[in-house]
Unconditional design. Structure first.
Ligand code: GRF
Length: 200
């Protein structure tokens, strides 16, 4: 099967990125081949994980660009295109993307969010799920569209919220589900992209 060239965009720890790299390495039929890990923070721990896995790891420090989001994104976009990237997985990437960038990668970019979307978009999802009295939480992988955390959902996984849960305990219960879900959802996304390529 043809493998789409994958870039994973991170800002920190990179455990979801690592799960994607591991899934691609473990399965010759995995439909994506990681070619680039890109962080907007030079100190992101995930960059070292990518290097150790033999995947090109680069940082483009958004702070260098001040408030000029588009200049930052032009550089990111040029780097992605330079690596012939065909699909992007956002994995803990903490920059809101402009409509320009989202449009440019429409139908080619997915994100993982630690809530059962459409509930709890944005930050502090675990605390907000607990405060809302929700019986369950989870994670969602979705196509990236103009609104933050609003694109079409590809796949979700659920975990219970237990009495006495804190944001940390709930995050710890959710994270292994993220690591299981993201590779599966990326497979679904790649299948769709490959189908669209064939149709188009
Ligand atoms: C994950 O919980 C992800 O869902 C959220 O940010 C966290 C990133 O963790 N968007 P990691 O960098 O993948 O370890």
């Amino acid at each position: 099967m043809r493998r789409l060239k994958l870039a994973v965009l991170i800002s920190g720890r990179g455990s979801n990125m690592e799960a994607l790299l591991n899934a691609a390495a473990a399965d010759p039929d995995f439909p994506a081949q990681p070619v680039l890990v890109l962080s907007n923070r030079p100190e992101a721990a995930g960059l070292k994980i990518a290097e150790a896995a033999g995947v090109a790891a680069v940082s483009i420090d958004h702070k260098t660009y001040g408030k000029d989001r588009e200049a930052f994104e032009f550089h990111v976009d040029a780097t992605l295109r330079g690596a012939n990237v065909e699909v992007i997985a956002l994995a803990g990437f903490m920059r809101v993307l402009t409509p320009w960038f989202v449009k440019r990668w429409e139908g080619r970019m997915i994100n993982i969010h630690p809530s059962l979307l459409p509930k709890h978009k944005g930050l502090d999802t675990h605390q907000r799920a607990i405060d809302a009295g929700d019986a369950e939480a989870g994670c969602s992988v979705h196509w990236v569209s103009a609104g933050v955390d609003e694109g079409e959902i590809i796949a979700q996984a659920r975990v219970p919220i237990l009495t006495g849960d804190t944001a940390d305990s709930l995050a710890a219960r959710t994270l292994p589900e993220e690591h299981r879900l993201y590779p599966e959802a990326l497979k679904i996304a790649c299948k769709k992209i490959l189908e669209d390529m064939t149709d188009g």
